[in-house]
Design a protein around this ligand. Structure first.
Ligand SMILES: Cc1ncc(COP(=O)(O)O)c(C=O)c1O
Length: 410
């Protein structure tokens, strides 16, 4: 049983509470539970944007040399390395997640040329599946994308023909979390690589790429990492693989001597060869607002806060709304849960719309799943209490039946 006093006590004991003020406050009364989609904006982003525009006017092409525009992909990567269990030199921020998936999946196939199977699950995020299918087609179907629904069967299917086990760490619908270390252990034992999409994990839960024995990873930065809508994606490669192959997209930013303007490609050492073309300088500057904050956040505090918010919200949803048709869809065991909490309701779509109107911003996925994404740096336990109370009221009064809530947004 959790009450409002208990939520306030948990907030009073929260070592990360001070970070809330570093983010722009939403419109009074609105609670954003959509960190699994677009995270909050740090307060200093408008000033950064204004300064960036001044630099554009003042520096023009000199910006490439006098500003840190070209270093930003690696500086930004280093800022969040500790959140994903990576060495600072092994992460960059570049392109979008789909492009990075293509780059790393094709790299995996070249690192295991004698093996032809990409092992995944049909519930992987659509772009992850599509990139694999498109790549297989591009390769004249010399590669098979094998999607197995049953998770135990998927693990059992890892074998001598498996080039790469290709999974999202966290299921984007239910928030189910793979045991990354166990999957990596099984893959390694069979000589296969692993490629992880950590979009629904990074900045919320414990991700330990190095410690788990992962080989390759990508992830969105606009969700829990708060990089801003459409911010470039993170890309990580275990050090031992970085120099073994050319990047699939051998762009000039990944050349060993960028300003030599050579006519022959020579890959830059390490992770930097995965850069393609000109970085998205303005987007990078905006995302630096959050990434400067992340440098100050101890991973242990982040994980403890996320766990506490998750357990509080799950308990409240069951306690306050369980009798009103709400059933938690996410794993009961926190170790198996990702960044968000998903719950089912027979009329999830209209309920999600009614929640939006009541100032609780979650998201809906067919057939009846509502998702609440928990951003640990700016959400409080009291926010969870208020959200659960608003949901309860909507269900008790059945306001979701109103015709205006029947057209459901994503
Ligand atoms: C797991 C996952 N991967 C990838 C993407 C999309 O990546 P992008 O649009 O940056 O290519 C999403 C978007 O929500 C996602 O949830």
């Amino acid at each position: 049983m959790i009450d409002l006093d208990r939520c306030r006590q948990l907030d009073a004991d929260d070592p990360l509470a001070g970070f809330r003020d570093r983010f722009a406050a939403p419109e009074a009364g609105t609670i954003f539970l959509d960190a699994n989609s677009v995270g909050a904006m740090p307060r200093d982003v408008p000033a950064r944007a204004a300064r960036m525009l001044e630099l554009w006017v003042e520096q023009r092409r000199r910006g490439w040399t006098v500003s840190d525009w070209l270093e930003k992909p690696s500086l930004l990567g280093a800022s969040i390395a500790h959140l994903i269990g990576a060495r600072p030199d092994d992460v960059i921020v570049t392109d979008n997640t789909s492009v990075n998936l293509f780059k790393l999946l094709s790299l995996a196939l070249r690192l295991r040329p004698e093996r032809k199977v990409v092992l995944t699950e049909p519930g992987n995020f659509p772009t992850d599946l599509f990139i694999a299918q498109g790549l297989a087609r591009y390769l004249g179907n010399a590669v098979e994308v094998r999607a197995i629904d049953d998770r135990e069967a998927l693990l059992d299917a890892i074998g001598a023909d498996t080039a790469v086990v290709y999974l999202s760490h966290v299921d984007y619908r239910t928030s189910w979390r793979w045991d990354m270390a166990e999957v990596c252990r099984r893959a390694r034992a069979a000589g296969a690589l692993t490629l992880w999409d950590v979009s629904h994990a990074a900045g919320a839960i414990d991700v330990d790429l190095e410690g788990s024995g992962a080989d390759l990873a990508v992830g969105c930065t606009y969700k829990y990492l708060c990089g801003g809508p459409g911010s470039p994606s993170l890309l990580w490669i275990r050090q031992e693989h970085q120099d073994r192959e050319w990047p699939t997209i051998a762009g000039w930013m990944g050349h060993a001597d960028l300003f030599a303007f050579a006519s022959e490609y020579e890959p830059a050492p390490g992770i930097m060869r995965q850069l393609t073309g000109t970085p998205a300088v303005i987007a990078d500057e905006l995302m630096a607002g959050a990434f400067d904050i992340w440098r100050e956040v101890p991973i242990a505090d982040l994980v403890a806060k996320h766990r506490s918010l998750s357990e509080t919200l799950k308990t409240l949803l069951e306690q306050e709304c369980g009798d009103l048709g709400v059933a938690i869809d996410s794993p009961a065991d926190y170790e198996r849960q990702g960044g968000h909490i998903a719950f089912r309701h027979e009329h999830g779509g209209p309920v999600s719309e009614a929640l939006l109107a009541a100032g609780v911003v979650g998201s809906f996925r067919k057939p009846g799943v509502v998702r609440f994404g928990l951003g640990p740096l700016y959400l409080s336990h009291e926010d969870c209490w208020i959200a659960a109370q608003r949901l309860k009221k909507i269900l008790e009064t059945e306001t979701w039946r109103d015709t205006k809530y029947q057209k459901v947004s994503v």
